[in-house]
Design a protein around this ligand. Structure first.
Ligand code: HEC
Length: 182
């Protein structure tokens, strides 16, 4: 509400992603920059080619698919946060692309939480309280949709608070349903 945008961004959006620390403005270089998935040295290359949604259930590694998709969500969020803070120059078109990418990747991630896909850093509570998990998903979808609409204005004063809402939606779901990885 009255929180400053920067505080919100730093506190919510970036920590919620679980892997970025580089954006914190005045702090020393983070001593341990976490990589969320130790087993994957080069995640970005694989994400682009993953056609996971179309495949028959048994052949998809759902844990990996959702982690890869969430990684893209996190990368988009990082790019959004950097532009919001002026660490990278604000470019309305690029910003819209980041938001659209996040929307797509988020939709992708949530296709991989079906029955029997327990594992990774997803808490078991997801499958025992699916209604709450889905409410968290819907909260993010609504926040990202609102951000997408705000992004069309190209005006950071309009956009800023919506970024905070998105970051809050990441965090509240992670607090409830994601194992801490850092
Ligand atoms: C409704 C729940 C929910 C919401 C909303 C959500 N996440 Fe997640 N996220 C998860 C869960 C669960 C995992 C762990 C997945 C696993 O390891 O199987 C995860 C994992 C991640 C990861 C780690 C991926 C990896 O490398 O393993 C990142 C990054 C991430 N989320 C970013 C975000 C960002 C950014 C947002 C908001 C824009 C967000 N998430 C919103 C539930 C959510």
């Amino acid at each position: 509400m009255n929180k400053t945008l920067f505080a919100v961004l730093t506190a919510l959006a970036l920590t919620a992603c679980g892997q970025q620390q580089a954006a914190a403005p005045a702090e020393q270089p983070a001593p341990a920059v976490e990589q969320a998935a130790p087993a994957e040295p080069a995640p970005a290359a694989e994400v682009a080619t993953a056609p996971a949604a179309e495949q028959p259930a048994g052949e998809v590694d759902h844990v990996k698919a959702r982690q890869d998709a969430f990684k893209k969500v996190g990368e988009s969020m990082e790019g959004i946060g950097k532009m919001a803070k002026g660490e990278t120059p604000f470019d309305a078109e690029q910003f819209k692309t980041l938001v659209a990418d996040m929307q797509t990747a988020g939709g992708e991630a949530f296709q991989h939480f079906g029955e029997g896909t327990q594992g990774g850093n997803a808490k078991a509570e997801i499958w025992t309280d699916m209604a709450k998990f889905e409410a968290g998903r819907d909260q993010m979808v609504a926040a990202v949709t609102a951000l997408n609409e705000a992004a069309q204005s190209g005006d950071m004063k309009v956009i800023g608070p919506k970024i905070g809402d998105v970051g809050g939606s990441c965090k509240s779901c992670h607090d409830a349903f994601k194992e801490k990885t850092n």
